[in-house]
Design a protein around this ligand. Structure first.
Ligand code: UGA
Length: 443
C-alpha cells in the first residue's frame, strides 16, 4: 500500500521504516528542513538500535521524506498522523495535531478518491472524532465517513526496543468510524500474522493507550512507595518481597513445567522513578482530562507525586552521605533508560538540576550515547566524560542512574583503592563487590 506519515519524529520514523519492512511504500512529511537533509545524508536523527540498518535498506527506495504534504496525500491511500502531543503549561497541547489536520484537510480538498486518516499520536479520548474531524472537514470541505475515514491506531513502542516492538507487535488496536475505514486500516497490517487485532471505536482506542501507560507508571510508583516503607522498617530486601509477591499463581504461571513471570513484573522494581517522553506526559494528560470531566483521579495524581519524590529521596541520600560542602559527584547514565539518547523527563537530569543548586558541587557525567543531548541543557556547568574508566577517579559519590550493560561490572574497573560511595537506586550492581554501597529497597 502507499502510505503517508505526517511527522518525522520518533514514532513517525520507526513506524514508517517498519511499514517498509512489511512491503509498503512510505512517504514521510516533515516541515523541519534540517531533519530532512540530515536523514537524506543517512545521519542518525534519533538513536534507536536497528534503525540505521533499516534506513540504509529503505531510504530513497520504499521510504522517502518530503516537505510537500499535498503531493504526499494525493499520492497515497492512507495517512498516519505521528506528531507530538506534549503536555505544556498544565494542559494537553494539540497545536501540532491541529496543524497536521489542517495540512491534511487542505490537501484532501484536491483529492477525489476516498482517503483514510489514522491518528498514531497519543491523543486524549475524543480528539480524533472531534478536533481532528472538524479540522479536516473545515479545510477540505468534505464530510467524514463519506469522503474520508478516521481511525485511531495507537503505538506501543518502547524506546530502545522500538523496531522489535513494531515488527513483532504484541497487539494491533484499530479504532475507526466506519467499516470501510476499518477494512482499509486492517489491510495495512495484513502481514502481521498471528498478532491479536482489536477493533474498537476511536475513543476506546485512545483510552487503551493511556490506560496501558498509566498502568505501567502506576506499578512503578506503587513499588517505589512500598519499598520506601521497607527502607524505613529496616532490614528488608525488596527484591525478595517482589519475588515472594510474583510467585502468586495469578502472576507467575507454569508453562511446560517452567515458571514464567510476566514482563510486567519488571515495572515493579523500585528505582529512581520513571521518565521519558511518554509516561509522565500521558499520566498528566489523563489526569488533566479527568479533572476537566470532574472525574476523580486520585491515583493518577499520586502516581506523579510519588514519582517526583524518588529523585528528592536520592538527592537527600547524596547530601546525607557526603558531609563535605564541596562534593565530587559522578552521574553514570543520563538518558531516562538504557539504549536510548532520550533525556526527556530523565530522573538523572532532574537530579543534576537539584545538585547544581549548590554551586560548590563538582558534577561529572557519563553516558554512552546521551552526552550531546545533555550538553545542550547544562552547557559548561558539568564535566562531560567520554571515558568511563577515567571518570571513576577521585569521586566522593558515584550514582548509577541507568541500567546500561557497561555499568554492570563497575567493580572490575573501579580503582582498587577507591573511596567512592556507590549509590545504585535500581540495585543493578552486585552490592557485595563494593566497600561503600547504598541502594533503594535494600536496607
Ligand atoms: C512506554 C511504553 O512502555 C510503550 O508501550 C509505549 O508505547 C511508549 O511508552 C509510548 O507511549 O510511546 P518507553 O517510555 O519508551 O515506552 O519505555 P519503557 O521501557 O516502558 O520505560 C518507561 C519508564 O519505565 C522508564 O523510566 C523506565 O526506567 C521504567 N521501566 C521500564 C521500569 O521501571 N522497569 C522496566 O522493566 C522497564
Amino acid at each position: 500500500m502507499k502510505i503517508s506519515i505526517i511527522g518525522l519524529g520518533y514514532v513517525g520514523l520507526v513506524t514508517g521504516i517498519c511499514f517498509c519492512e512489511h512491503g509498503h511504500k512510505v512517504t514521510c512529511v516533515e516541515k523541519n528542513q534540517k531533519k530532512i537533509s540530515d536523514l537524506n545524508k543517512q545521519k542518525e536523527i534519533i538513536y534507536e538500535p536497528g534503525l540505521k540498518n533499516l534506513l540504509q535498506k529503505h531510504l530513497n527506495r520504499n521510504f522517502t521524506v518530503t516537505d510537500n504534504v499535498k503531493k504526499a496525500i494525493l499520492n497515497t491511500d492512507i495517512s498516519f498522523i505521528a506528531v507530538g502531543t506534549p503536555f505544556k503549561n498544565g494542559k494537553f497541547n494539540a497545536s501540532y495535531l491541529k496543524s497536521a489536520a489542517k495540512d491534511i484537510g487542505s490537501s484532501l480538498k484536491h483529492k477525489k478518491k476516498y482517503h483514510v486518516v489514522v491518528v498514531k499520536s497519543t491523543v486524549l479520548p475524543g480528539t480524533t472524532d472531534t478536533l481532528i474531524k472538524k479540522c479536516i472537514e473545515k479545510y477540505s470541505g468534505k464530510k467524514s465517513g463519506k469522503h474520508f475515514g478516521l481511525s485511531m491506531n495507537p503505538e506501543f513502542l518502547r524506546e530502545g526496543e522500538a523496531i522489535n516492538d513494531f515488527i513483532k507487535s504484541d497487539r494491533i488496536i484499530i479504532g475507526s468510524d466506519t467499516k470501510k475505514t476499518q477494512l482499509l486500516v486492517k489491510k495495512v497490517y495484513k502481514n502481521f500474522k498471528k498478532v491479536p487485532i482489536l477493533m474498537t471505536n476511536n475513543k476506546t482506542a485512545e483510552l487503551i493507550k493511556y490506560t496501558s501507560n498509566s498502568l505501567l507508571a502506576n506499578l512503578i510508583s506503587f513499588s517505589n512507595e512500598i519499598s520506601n516503607i521497607g527502607d524505613k522498617i529496616g532490614d528488608i530486601n525488596f527484591d525478595q518481597v517482589l519475588k515472594g509477591v510474583s510467585l502468586d499463581r495469578r502472576i507467575t504461571t507454569k508453562v511446560n513445567n517452567k515458571l514464567v513471570t510476566p514482563g510486567l513484573v519488571s515495572y515493579l522494581e523500585p528505582g529512581c522513578g520513571f521518565g521519558g517522553s511518554c509516561f509522565p506526559k500521558d499520566v498528566k494528560s489523563l489526569s488533566y482530562l479527568a479533572s476537566k470531566l470532574k472525574s476523580d483521579n486520585l491515583i493518577l495524581k499520586s502516581i506523579l507525586k510519588t514519582n517526583e519524590k524518588q529523585v528528592d529521596k536520592l538527592y537527600k541520600i547524596i547530601l546525607k552521605n557526603t558531609p563535605s560542602s564541596k562534593k565530587n559527584i559522578l552521574i553514570l547514565g543520563l538518558a531516562f533508560k538504557p539504549d536510548t539518547d532520550d533525556i526527556r523527563e530523565s530522573p538523572s537530569i532532574k537530579l543534576i538540576k537539584k545538585l547544581l543548586k549548590n554551586n560548590k558541587n563538582m558534577i561529572e557525567v557519563y553516558d554512552p550515547v546521551a552526552l550531546n543531548n545533555t550538553k545542550k541543557i547544562f552547557k559548561s556547568k558539568l564535566t562531560y566524560s567520554n571515558n568511563l574508566r577515567k571518570s571513576l577517579l577521585n569521586k566522593d559519590v558515584i550514582v548509577v542512574m541507568t541500567k546500561w550493560k557497561i555499568f554492570k561490572n563497575l567493580n572490575n574497573i573501579l580503582p582498587k583503592n577507591s573511596k567512592s560511595l556507590i549509590i545504585d537506586p535500581r540495585r543493578f550492581l552486585n552490592s557485595k563487590k563494593f566497600k561503600k554501597y547504598l541502594a533503594f529497597g535494600i536496607s
